[in-house]
Design a protein around this ligand. Structure first.
Ligand SMILES: Nc1nc2c(ncn2[C@@H]2O[C@H](COP(=O)(O)OP(=O)(O)O)[C@@H](O)[C@H]2O)c(=O)[nH]1
Ligand SMILES: Nc1ncnc2c1ncn2[C@@H]1O[C@H](COP(=O)(O)OP(=O)(O)O)[C@@H](O)[C@H]1O
Length: 232
């Protein structure tokens, strides 16, 4: 696929991926773009359903909102929340790069979601579980693979409980998946880098360090374009 090299963030549920990602997207607006996945799980309070840039003309037409308002409304999408039937249909139609079952729900990365980000010449960031990592390795996406890990399973459990988003059943499923994820992340060759998210600021600094080269490359490419565009 065309565009700058994507970044895959993976790691146990509750490790801090979304927290780090949101910081990165805020600090590097115009550099990174989030790939909005599909899921069959229910939205949490405050989560935004992905309207997707594919719907932009429709949104503009239907609401007659100024373009800036529409763009800001699509910038904080969490997921495309869909039914199992819709998701399965999309998978059957070959619309997904990868998909997986996690904690009783389906999740997947659509080709359109990646292309939406890449078409804006942004570095596409994907947040996927370990099955997603394995499946993406079979594609031609060629991303940088970053694993975000908690300092320990006990701390992970505390963070998940404090987040207050899970039922006891879903929490136990997440902890079970986390044990496997924590083991697999130690295997050489799966991830380019494993970051332990103990102190949030330190973890964020490490993440930025890993991504420095691709951030600089993208910014240089954008500066070149600006230079040529501004030539008389
Ligand atoms: N394979 C795959 N995993 C995904 C996708 N989107 C999210 N996930 C993973 O699904 C798991 C559960 O995500 P979520 O329900 O948002 O819970 P949270 O990670 O605890 O906030 C996490 O490990 C995510 O990385 C996707 O498109 N594909
Ligand atoms: N370094 C950290 N120290 C303490 N709490 C953290 C840290 N990183 C994240 N958290 C908190 O842990 C919880 C899980 O983080 P989150 O970003 O939702 O994880 P994930 O997206 O990997 O599921 C959130 O409530 C978040 O505020």
């Amino acid at each position: 696929m065309a565009g700058p090299r994507p970044v895959v963030l993976s790691g146990p549920s509750g490790a801090g991926k979304s927290t780090l990602l949101k910081k990165l997207l805020k600090d590097y607006e115009g550099v990174f773009g989030f790939c909005v996945s599909h899921t069959t799980r229910n939205p949490r309070p405050g989560e935004e359903d992905g309207k997707g840039l594919n719907c932009l003309p429709m949104l503009l037409g239907a609401t007659l909102l100024p373009v800036a308002d529409v763009l800001s409304s699509v910038s904080s999408e969490d997921y495309h929340f869909v039914s199992r039937e819709t998701m399965q249909q999309g998978i059957n139609n070959g619309e997904f790069i990868e998909n997986a079952e996690f904690s009783g729900n389906m999740y997947g990365t659509s080709k359109a979601s990646v292309e939406d980000v890449q078409a804006q010449n942004l570095i596409c960031i994907l947040d996927v579980d370990i099955q997603g990592v394995k499946n993406i390795k079979k594609t031609d996406l060629n991303p940088i693979y970053v694993s975000i890990q908690p300092p320990s399973i006990e701390i992970l459990e505390k963070r998940l409980r404090d987040r207050q988003t899970e039922t006891e059943e879903s929490l136990q499923k997440r902890l079970e998946a986390a044990r496997l994820d924590m083991e697999l992340s130690k295997e050489p060759g799966i991830f380019d880098i494993v970051i332990i998210n103990d102190d949030l600021e330190e973890a964020y600094e490490k993440l930025k360090e890993v991504l420095t080269e691709c951030i600089n490359q993208l910014q240089e490419a954008k500066n070149d374009i600006l230079f040529y565009v501004s030539l008389p």
